[in-house]
Design a protein around this ligand. Sequence first.
Ligand SMILES: Nc1ncnc2c1ncn2[C@@H]1O[C@H](COP(=O)(O)OP(=O)(O)OP(=O)(O)O)[C@@H](O)[C@H]1O
Length: 335
Amino acid sequence: MGGPGSRRRVATGRHRGADQSRAGRRRKWDVMTDREGVALETAGLARRFRRTWALRDCDLRIPAGVTCALVGPNGAGKSTLMMLAAGLIAPTAGSIRIFGRTVEPGRPQPDLAFLSQQRPLFPHFSIAETLRFGRTTNLRWDQEYAQELIAQAGLGLDDRVGRLSVGQRARVALTLVLARRPALLVLDEPFAALDPLARSHVMTTVLREAAATGMTTVLSSHVISEIDDLCDHLVLLTGGRVRLSGPIDELLDRHRVVTGPSAEQDALRGRVVHATTVGRQTTALLAGAAGEDARSVASDRWGIGVPTLDEVVLAYLRQDEDNAQRDRDDWEVRA
Ligand SMILES: Nc1ncnc2c1ncn2[C@@H]1O[C@H](COP(=O)(O)OP(=O)(O)OP(=O)(O)O)[C@@H](O)[C@H]1O
């Protein structure tokens, strides 16, 4: 298990200078965009669909330049947050700002490019026609880069979109958003339905762009192992609320996973996010416990380690599940 210090994410400084010539060429697209500071900020953001609150009390800050994973179970509000950021729907309450500018629903946002889960493309268009469509419908468009990405994908401009594989279509759809040179790229489940090779191509393309230009990326996914290598920032949504948010290294450092005798687990009380007991052994995720600090609540009979991202996310999801079950039981007792 690597400690927090050993985690070095690909999207960070190490690869920033990877392709200086390309970075230089791209600087013209940085105009009018503050890539320092905060990329996305929400205050009391909420969205209701009829009687369902898809998102509530959402106060978030995603710094510029990070690659941020938006995770959470089905129906947690991930797509809703992304659509609010893209200005495709209006908030019921609160506000959302992209690089300091309040998002006004329906107004174009040249700094942001959003790719929805459906990856909308016209099947009867050739790739050349698809790129032409991109050029005419976007305020900012880098045709040279679009063609470069299509060539990298091994595709021809005459290829018909309707005859492409799911993975190839994903790369055309990604080209359409990247050629807009966004300062903030928002991808809703970009790896869904992709085989491992196609997934890796999509990841590499996004990382290269982020490394060369400092682009901020927010992407949703259900597969933690997928985002673990790719992202340096995490937002966990459950039931329309932000459950965890921050740099992944810091989140891991604020938790410890402990394994020890279940007879002693009362000593951990107050720190446990979630515990699982099998036989006489308990494994628990402790919050707010870094290094020696965890030793103050767990005796020498407990093993203490830095959790994986998977362990942290799962513990919070299980805690929510347990709380929901407890609420249901309370209702039944009262009824
Ligand atoms: N257009 C809509 N009309 C009614 N309810 C909606 C609409 N869009 C979303 N919802 C509801 O809002 C909640 C959040 O949905 P959302 O799609 O944002 O979740 P999600 O985290 O993206 O889920 P998934 O991982 O399944 O894509 C759900 O309860 C969903 O049913």
